[in-house]
Ligand binder design. Structure first.
Ligand code: NAD
Length: 476
């Protein structure tokens, strides 16, 4: 997506990294160690499909092993290449450090358009790719744990987990070799929605930060804010759905592959999603105006712009015309380094990818822990918690009646209070806590240091600092 005179995605990540380390006191050797990608494995494998052998090219890149396992999604897209996978692996290292998920960074990709294959063909391809990675320990519960990314989801993760278990029949922790699995195959509730949910929690925290809001020129709460979303896939759909249904945002623009929909009164996210699933695009949907040049809608007047599709979409060719005061990078790398300079100069506030979309890896961390502990979160304590709450309710009601005061607890309060936390509530609570804490760590650097004028540099400072500490502790 980058314009010809722009650095590649990998170079963009390095430019942003270099901007941050220039403000740090790291030895040049350590700086280099944190920046470089440790290893990238390229595999070409053949699968017999439709009567002939087709060869596919896949990658698994390991950026930093300061903590193991390393973690990062597997992407299925025609745009996959070594440069992209390495950039994404580097972002994973910084992301995990920022949200304190105890992993190094990794990423994988397969150069394929998944829409060209049916389910059984995709299963054959995925199992073969997984086989190639598993036999080299590039998928392994203690060394390298993938997750979904663009073009992959629960289904592919279930195939990968099953393939690992077939090849490692005595590994009791086999389910922990991959996250983002369906709940009936070792997954955790709330993982599918996690990245979009994390975007929502990030915005909640931003709107609690009055200094941050002032810098963006925004006021009030999320209620009534105009939001444009690019990409109504896993991340974009969940973010748009929660922001419109729960926070009162108006989704005034949705950009997809074949164009965009706009509606100043707000689009019905659920209806658009259904339309896309049935018609393979947004054109023809009648609840909004169709715009053929979808990318132009990135420049539309709105309060919050959420790029949630692919990298490099805001670049030197359009950054000047992007008017949103707040951009939250739900996708990885949607703003190039050059565009970042232009936007910062204009005063646009960017909530950076390594924080904004960290909800996915955070809940993946919970899933991995669940798989290793072999028990669902909440299973031991839920009923005990409910019984203790019941005791308090009974006692309050007894006191009220014995004293003649005659207070009555409202049925709504009783119902909410009595309900012990199940897995989904615990996952959401852990995610919310993580997103709040990570925002605070970035925002304190952003607001307190005179030499830091943006959240991205602040995020890099926090995460590089943590990775460097970890390398130092290892004696490197
Ligand atoms: P997805 O495949 O579910 O959705 C991507 C969406 O973008 C699809 O609806 C697709 O049609 C649309 N799209 C593709 N090309 C487009 C274009 N040129 N213009 C507009 N829309 C286009 O992928 P996803 O999992 O939602 O991932 C989206 C982004 O979020 C990626 O950058 C990914 O790395 C990042 N991310 C995903 C997760 C996760 O948990 N899935 C976690 C962290 C980050």
């Amino acid at each position: 997506m980058n314009t010809p005179n722009e650095p590649s995605f990998r170079e963009s990540v390095d430019i942003m990294f270099n901007r941050a380390v220039a403000l740090m006191d790291l030895s040049p050797g350590l700086e280099e160690k944190v920046r470089v990608c440790n290893a990238t494995y390229t595999v070409r494998f053949g699968v017999r499909l439709r009567g002939q052998i087709q060869t596919f090219t896949g990658y698994r890149s390991v950026h930093s092993e300061h903590m193991e396992p390393v973690k990062g999604g597997i992407r299925y897209s025609m745009g996959v290449n070594q440069n992209e996978v390495e950039a994404l692996a580097a972002l994973m290292s910084y992301k995990c450090a920022l949200v304190e998920a105890p992993f190094g960074g990794s990423k994988g990709g397969l150069c394929i358009d998944p829409r060209q294959y049916d389910e059984s063909e995709l299963e054959l391809i995925t199992r073969r790719f997984a086989y190639e990675l598993i036999k080299r320990d590039l998928i392994n519960p203690s060394q390298n744990v993938p997750a979904p990314d663009m073009g992959t989801g629960e289904r592919e993760m279930a195939w990968i987990a099953d393939q690992y278990k077939r090849m490692n029949t005595t590994d009791i922790n086999g389910s922990a070799c991959v996250t983002g699995k369906p709940t009936n195959a070792g997954g955790i509730q709330g993982r599918t929605e996690a990245t979009g949910r994390g975007v929502q929690y990030a915005l909640h925290e931003f709107f609690r930060d009055s200094e941050g809001k002032k810098k963006a020129g925004l006021e009030g709460t999320l209620d009534g804010k105009k939001v444009v979303v690019q990409g109504l896939g896993n991340v974009g759909y969940h973010a748009a759905k929660f922001l419109s249904e729960e926070d009162g945002c108006k989704i005034t623009g949705i950009i997809e592959r074949d164009g965009a929909l706009v509606n100043p009164d707000g689009l019905d996210v659920e209806a658009v999603r259904t339309w896309i699933a049935e018609n393979d695009g947004v054109s023809g949907y009648t609840g909004g105006t169709y715009v053929k040049d979808g990318a132009s809608v990135l420049e539309q007047d709105c309060d919050i712009l959420i790029p949630a599709a692919l990298e490099g979409v805001i670049n030197l060719s359009n950054a000047e015309r992007v008017t949103a005061p707040l951009i939250i990078e739900a996708a990885n790398g949607p703003v190039t380094a050059g565009a970042d300079d232009i936007l910062r100069a204009k005063g646009t506030v960017i909530i950076p990818d390594m924080y904004a979309n960290a909800g996915g890896v955070t809940v993946s961390y919970f899933e991995w822990v669940k798989n290793l502990s072999h028990i669902r979160f909440g299973r031991m304590q839920r009923r005990q918690e409910e019984a203790r709450h019941q005791l308090i309710i009974d006692e309050l009601e007894r006191l009220s009646s014995d004293s003649g005061i005659g207070w009555e607890l409202s049925p709504n309060f009783k119902q909410k209070y009595l309900r012990g936390a199940g897995e989904l509530e615990l996952v959401r609570s852990g995610l919310d806590d993580t997103m709040r804490a990570a925002y605070q760590s970035m925002a304190s650097v952003w607001h307190e240091r005179d030499d830091v004028d943006d959240l991205r540099t602040a995020a890099y400072l926090v995460s590089i600092g943590k990775i460097a500490d970890s390398y130092r502790a290892k004696g490197l």
